[in-house]
Design a protein around this ligand. Structure first.
Ligand code: SIN
Length: 506
């Protein structure tokens, strides 16, 4: 294995959190490692809605924080939600200064959309549904122009070497089949979520929780891994990944209908189409399971304006022969966001010295059991910057790195089996029987193929979903529908591997 020393900070992942961290670490030297080319393989570039930020005259960060806390179903850390909301306006202005072309009203202020569970229209968007791509293009240009950042694309994270004290000393990456160990003063993981562990996902399928798994294997504390958000309206075209039909469509008045054209959401929640995302996802799941089907009907709400207002969704529909100006869009709930992750504080510190985490792979406590729509780009920007600045203050201890665990790759056919099992048993509706079946499937895959990172990440989700015998936010247990006292999950890999968590009584 080749061994290199980097004088500065390593950032793993090139979504908005990773890029924000890299920029904020200046003037410290940053080596940015990404498995895919810049602007590929990251969820940030696919975000449609935009960034939730309290900018309107009738809005303020306290209202935004209150909505964030309410959506999180008892598990949001209120101080973190206030921090997120309070730093939101500066974050969006900073992105606009980098060139992110946010939509503007006639008076030059930010145009803002309404999305579910927001008490105000507060989602700053770009050209309708193109926020993620446009923001990422602006930030990527800044990264490429920054003299302190070197980008190494095609380098996939494979291990986290530690010294004798347990401090993370760097990374092992695989590039063109060769492994390289790179030591540095600090490592920031910004490796994204776990969508690729599910058969139906709106995220790039290569995001399979590697950072989460490697941090767990290194001994890092993991928070709330059972909380996975399912977007109600992925477009049901049988594609992997499934294209998204942004929630902003429902904000604009699009309605959910069954195969007979009947609206059904009022039967599930008084806020109907604008009910919290988990409620809408379960309603759609129930309609589909009952054989009634579910579609998103935007004919009246968007109609002829559809191509201008939602060009990304329009293109996805047209590519499958669906014209959403005149036809309802077939939809399916899909894995969309991981609320849980590597436990991190407001500056990205994890429980392991030398290791920082930001963005979706981290859990700073702002999402609780159910993330408020369009809070994820905001979280990536706010906490990415904070993690970058904090990591830049680390000094290299120059201690030797011990040999690291390098998990085996999971063969494609085994991954397909894992994804199907995760969607079936750790999806929108869960119960002990299904979760135990899933854990047994993970055991069998591990026995056959070794402890692959995706199996570790899947076990974190499944084991903690089994241990949480209540229904809260996006975690719905058909066999435990009541809500217990609010309690966040904090676990280490040693806890998860313990038999009691793996096979609780059915
Ligand atoms: C959407 O546009 O519906 C997704 C926004 C989000 O997940 O925050």
């Amino acid at each position: 294995m080749q061994r290199l020393q980097h004088d500065g900070v390593l950032v793993v992942g090139a979504g908005l959190a990773g890029l924000s961290a890299a920029l904020a670490a200046a003037p410290r030297r940053v080596l940015l490692l990404t498995g895919a080319p810049l602007n590929h393989g990251c969820s940030s570039a696919w975000a449609q809605g935009g960034m939730a930020v309290a900018l309107a005259p009738d809005d303020n960060p306290d209202l935004h924080a209150a909505d964030t806390v309410a959506a999180g179903a008892g598990l949001v850390d209120p101080a973190m939600a206030r921090l997120l909301a309070a730093e939101g306006p500066a974050a969006v202005h900073a992105l606009a200064a980098l060139g992110a072309p946010f939509d503007r009203a006639a008076d030059g202020t930010f145009a803002q959309s309404l999305e579910a569970a927001h008490s105000r229209a507060r989602v700053a968007r770009v050209k309708g549904d193109q926020a993620g791509r446009a923001i990422m293009e602006a930030v990527t240009a800044a990264v490429l122009a920054a003299p302190h950042i070197e980008v190494r694309a095609g380098a996939r994270l494979r291990g986290l070497p530690q010294d004798a004290s347990g401090r993370v000393r760097g990374v092992i990456v695989e590039q063109d089949g060769a492994l390289t160990e790179i030591t540095a003063a600090a490592v920031i993981l910004a490796t994204g979520g776990v969508g690729g562990l599910y058969a139906v996902t709106t995220t790039p399928a290569e995001l399979r929780g590697e950072g989460l798994a490697l941090a767990a294997l290194a001994g890092a504390r993991i928070a709330d891994p059972e909380f996975v958000q399912f977007h109600p309206t992925a477009i049901d075209l049988g594609r992997d990944p499934a294209p998204l039909a942004t929630e902003a469509l429902r904000g604009e008045g699009a309605v959910l209908v069954n195969a007979d054209g009947q609206r059904f959401m009022a039967r599930y929640h008084p806020a109907a189409e604008l009910a919290p995302r988990d409620v809408v996802a379960r309603a759609i799941h129930a309609e589909r399971e009952a054989g009634r089907g579910a579609s998103l009907d935007a004919r009246e709400a968007a109609g002829a304006h559809f191509p201008d207002e939602f060009p990304t969704v329009f293109a996805a529909c047209l590519s499958a022969g669906i014209d959403p100006r005149v036809q309802p869009i077939p939809i399916v709930p899909a894995c969309h966001y991981h609320m849980g992750g590597i436990d991190a504080d407001a500056d990205g510190h994890t429980s392991l010295s030398g290791l920082f985490a930001a963005g979706e792979c981290a859990s700073v406590g702002v999402h609780g059991a159910n993330r408020l729509a369009s809070n994820s780009l905001l979280e990536a920007a706010v906490f990415g910057v904070r993690a970058g600045a904090a990591a830049a203050r680390e000094t290299d201890p120059e201690t030797p790195a011990l040999p690291a665990v390098i998990p085996p790759h999971l063969p494609a056919e085994a991954l397909t089996r894992l994804r199907q099992a995760m969607s079936r048993d750790a999806g929108v509706i869960r119960d002990a029987a299904g979760l135990n079946r899933l854990l047994a499937a993970i055991d069998a895959l591990e026995a056959a193929h070794g402890r692959a990172a995706s199996l570790v990440a899947a076990r974190l989700v499944a084991g903690c979903a089994l241990a949480r015998t209540e229904s809260r936010g996006a975690h719905f247990r058909a066999d435990a529908t009541a809500v217990s006292k609010p309690r966040r999950t904090f676990v280490t890999w040693a806890d998860i591997a313990a038999p009691a968590l793996r096979y609780a009584a059915e």
